[in-house]
Design a protein around this ligand. Structure first.
Ligand code: PLP
Length: 395
């Protein structure tokens, strides 16, 4: 069978590492998961109870409206009033099958084949892979410590003609954030360049110093994407949302109906439970645990000699350059999993040009797991690269 050219995306390496870790676990090994951004706690109790109640009460769980359950759209709109002081018309909220479906919908709604969309490197790999699969050109900006790994108008000005810009704050893999003035400057650039702005706000709520700024605080001409996966710890429930400008709504609605019919009904019921006062109180408590993990991991990486550690203003990742003497992070991560039972993601997932020497550790799991992961990692680093790498090749 002939396979299309545009479908030949790179893999999402973090998921490949997760699968490899799963095989090691099936073979009886104990693995510490620092590869994927998956909160340890799972869905809040109020979400699980809402689902149990719905099933017990005989909910038929048929299709919902393509835009999502009206009550859920209202509750999501309410988040913007509560968190950002912004009034959002619930009609502009589109519930999606995770933020991942939001990317497909927004890219299709905004960009024709051949359009050029700027994203920062390092960045979340699926941005460039989904863009490429839709025949849209990802224009990768070489962001680094000097711009806190974020796009700037200066980087954008050197990128040639652009149809769009996708930003993430807090970002994956670095956790860095875009403050209000920087967001205003990026919005100004997009307005001047006629480029559409997409703001991935999936890590909102998981911030350690200042709260994150929503692009909606500054403009209505933006597509905001968010999800229940991270802050509400509901990765597998596949519920996310978009807030779209009114003029884009019908386009997105038509696409959503045709592509997905509707987001998962059960997931939407769970999301409503998660947004109850009990659900919100439970997930607010997770922040202290991420903060403790961050306080344990980042200084430990510094002690081990990891370099250029990104500041992690938010989210639950540490992105760093390997210590002196350690070469390729794919080999490093393979050895770490094979010999020490710690799964981590090589930087090439996030930065295909410069990521060969970097690695991302997720600290979303329990503090006990993260501490055990730090111990195992320290042992490998203490053994030194040459002996270690040679052993990996022999094995
Ligand atoms: C920055 C970013 N955006 C989007 C996603 C996808 O999340 P969802 O589960 O909502 O599809 C992830 C997942 O790790 C992410 O890190």
């Amino acid at each position: 069978m002939k396979i299309s050219r545009r479908s030949q995306t790179a893999p999402f390496i973090a998921m490949d590492v997760l699968a490899e870790a799963g095989r090691a676990e099936a073979a009886g090994r104990h693995v510490i998961h620092m590869e994927v951004g998956e909160p340890a706690h799972g869905a809040p109790m109020a979400a699980r109870e809402a689902v149990a109640r719905a099933i017990r009460d005989g909910a038929g769980l048929g299709y919902t409206s393509g835009l999502g359950l009206p009550r859920l759209r209202e509750a999501i709109a309410g988040l913007y009033a509560a968190r950002h002081g912004v009034a959002v018309d619930p009609a502009r909220v589109v519930v999606t099958a995770g933020s991942s479906a939001g990317f497909v919908l927004s890219f299709l709604a905004l960009f024709d084949a051949g359009a050029r969309v700027a994203i920062a490197d390092p960045g979340y790999p699926c941005y460039r892979n989904i863009l490429q699969a839709l025949d849209v050109v990802p224009v990768r900006l070489a962001a680094g410590p000097a711009t806190r790994f974020q796009p700037t108008p200066a980087l954008l000005a050197g990128a040639g003609p652009l149809d769009g810009l996708l930003v993430a704050s807090p970002a994956n893999p670095t956790g860095t954030m875009i403050d209000r003035a920087e967001m205003a400057a990026l919005i100004g650039f997009c307005e001047g360049a006629g480029a559409s702005l997409i703001s991935d706000e999936i890590y909102h709520g998981i911030t350690y110093d200042a709260p994150a700024v929503s692009a909606l605080e500054l403009t209505g001409e933006v597509v905001v994407i968010n999800s229940f996966s991270k802050y509400h710890a509901m990765t597998g429930w596949r519920v996310g949302w978009m807030v779209v400008p009114e003029g884009l709504l019908r386009t997105v609605q038509n696409l959503a109906q045709n592509l997905f019919i509707c987001p998962p009904h059960l997931g939407q019921i769970a999301a409503l439970g998660a947004l109850s006062p009990e659900g919100e109180a439970e997930v607010a408590g997770h922040l202290a645990h991420y903060r403790a993990n961050r306080a344990a991991l980042i200084p430990a990486l510094e002690r081990m000699g990891f370099r250029d550690i990104a500041p992690a203003d938010g989210a639950f990742y540490a992105y760093a350059r390997l210590p002196e003497g350690w070469g390729d992070s794919r080999e490093f991560c393979a050895q770490l999993l094979a010999e020490h039972g710690v799964a981590a993601t090589p930087g090439l997932d996030f930065d295909p040009e410069r990521g060969a020497g970097t690695v991302r550790f997720s600290f979303a799991r329990s503090t006990a797991e993260i501490e055990e992961g730090i111990d195992r990692l320290s042992r490998m680093i203490a053994d030194g690269p040459r002996r270690g790498m040679a052993a990996a090749r022999a094995g």
